[in-house]
Design a protein. Structure first.
Length: 129
């Protein structure tokens, strides 16, 4: 099967299984349109280390992505704030206190989350998918 992802650049991934092809296409749609074919396959290899090998695994596990403006600690802090404010709706509790979001991640979230740093971005996944 040959699919064109960018104008003028056909991608042949006929050597991938149907599940791998579906995963490849979803990765490209979600956050990899800027990546080459090889980079997408490399990212799939990173996911495979965590047993994310199908589209369903990816959709169940993926939580958040932040760009390269941060160090890993900065990315952890942004994710922890996102998780507590957007997912848990606890933003109101932090209006009058100072929160160390990196420490929050390291204390409360690191055991249920793993991070893949790829192409300058930090991708957060739920370990319990």
């Amino acid at each position: 099967m040959t699919v064109t992802l960018m104008p003028g650049s056909p991608v042949d991934y006929s050597d991938l299984s149907a599940d791998e092809q579906n995963l490849y296409m979803e990765i490209t749609e979600m956050f990899g349109e800027k990546w080459t074919h090889e980079q997408t396959l490399d990212f799939m290899g990173e996911l495979d280390h965590y047993s994310i090998t199908t589209l369903d695994n990816l959709l169940d596990a993926f939580s958040y992505v932040t760009d390269c403006q941060y160090t890993e600690d900065g990315a952890k802090a942004e994710y922890a704030e996102y998780f507590h404010c957007e997912c848990l709706g606890e933003a109101y509790a932090y209006e009058k206190v100072v929160v160390d979001w990196t420490a929050t991640y390291d204390y409360a979230l690191k055991f249920d989350t793993f991070i893949i740093e790829f192409d300058g971005d930090f991708y957060f996944f739920n370990s319990n998918y």
